[in-house]
Design a protein around this ligand. Sequence first.
Ligand SMILES: Nc1ncnc2c1ncn2[C@@H]1O[C@H](COP(=O)(O)OP(=O)(O)OP(=O)(O)O)[C@@H](O)[C@H]1O
Ligand SMILES: [Mg+2]
Length: 418
Amino acid sequence: MARVDLEKVTKVYPGGVTAVDAIDLHIANREFVVLVGPSGCGKSTTLRMIAGLEDITGGVIRIGERVVNDVAPKDRDVAMVFQNYALYPHMSVYKNMAFGLKLRGVPRAKIRELVTQAARTLDIEHLLERKPRQLSGGQKQRVAVGRAIVREPAAFLFDEPLSNLDAKLRVTTRAELKRLHRRLMTTTVYVTHDQEEAMTLGDRIVVMNDGVILQADAPLATYNDPANRFVAGFIGMPPMNFFDGALKMLDGEMVFEEGKLQTPQNHGRAGDSRAGRGAREAGGEDPPIAIGELTLPGNGFRLVVPPFYQERLEGSIGGHVVLGIRPEHLHVEPANAASSPAPIGVKVNVIEPLGNDMDVYASTTLHDHVVARVEAHAGLQIDARVTLYADVRKIHFFAPGATGMNLCQASELSHAPA
Ligand SMILES: Nc1ncnc2c1ncn2[C@@H]1O[C@H](COP(=O)(O)OP(=O)(O)OP(=O)(O)O)[C@@H](O)[C@H]1O
Ligand SMILES: [Mg+2]
């Protein structure tokens, strides 16, 4: 077992694609780290560089105390499990699992002992004489894991090992992998693009995008306390709702006012007929105000910012910010009075029943896509105008842009309520 350290590791593929851009990642001995992010963000490249299957363009990779930049894959003491399992089709399960040990000259009796033990751990003893084509997807996946564990490597590297399994088997197999890790306590780096898999498996999850790490943290920290808007939108399903707007002081209170972003499609159209129809009930329409790319047409919703955020947001008053609210933190009923729920008027467009809950897709005056996950018996109708209440203890504020930083990371807000 060993720790794995990446220092300023970069990969530029021939042709000039920078797949991984100077990442720093320190994985503790025995830790289970999950790399997660959208397709093409550099997860597999990172894993393959650790395995030695891909040369690195810059930086240092250490496994244990040893720099492995120039060490051949077979000498790195890591075992990789691939998405397609990569089993030898002409060999039995037993031989597939024994092959690597045989190459390394492990005595026959020892091989038998290791393979039998791994097969028992993975509940595949009865399959040892079969060929891969006689196995189901889930069974092949176990054999691939078995082949990795018999080697007793310093680290396991998994690249989307569950993505060929059906949804139900994926859930049971990931629970088995977690149990296996508890038992063997082997340092593990696991790649997936599935944020739920990442949340459930990892001691720590590393959210990547465009070849860089956007947050490396405990799973719940990435959910409760995302470092930036990208992480906030990637972790959690359905994704967090984002509202562009601005912070203002109104009658001594700090208020977030919903605005509209100028995009090439709607340039010059903010405050047009759509906005006119939805004029705020009280106070009428204010004249539009422009802040950079943002327009405040005056008919968006307003939300009073709770006191415990205000200090952190003072520097953003008068500027463009992004309000983030998770679907599960929007309610049809106001929560208890102590949490000062914030009302947001919406029109219901689509309702997706999920059994116990339902996802309500709605629009505000200025934003077409708002999702709320509410209890199934909420009695909502399509096309109805309703009020959703945000639980203000759980809202977030970000700087503008796709990776805008969290302006009030809760870990730094000691006086925020739990
Ligand atoms: N052999 C290669 N040659 C050139 N570019 C490559 C090569 N392999 C990957 N890339 C590029 O490097 C980037 C990162 O690819 P990588 O396979 O690491 O992504 P990933 O995060 O694993 O994505 P996915 O979730 O789709 O598997 C992508 O832009 C990809 O097109
Ligand atoms: Mg990949």
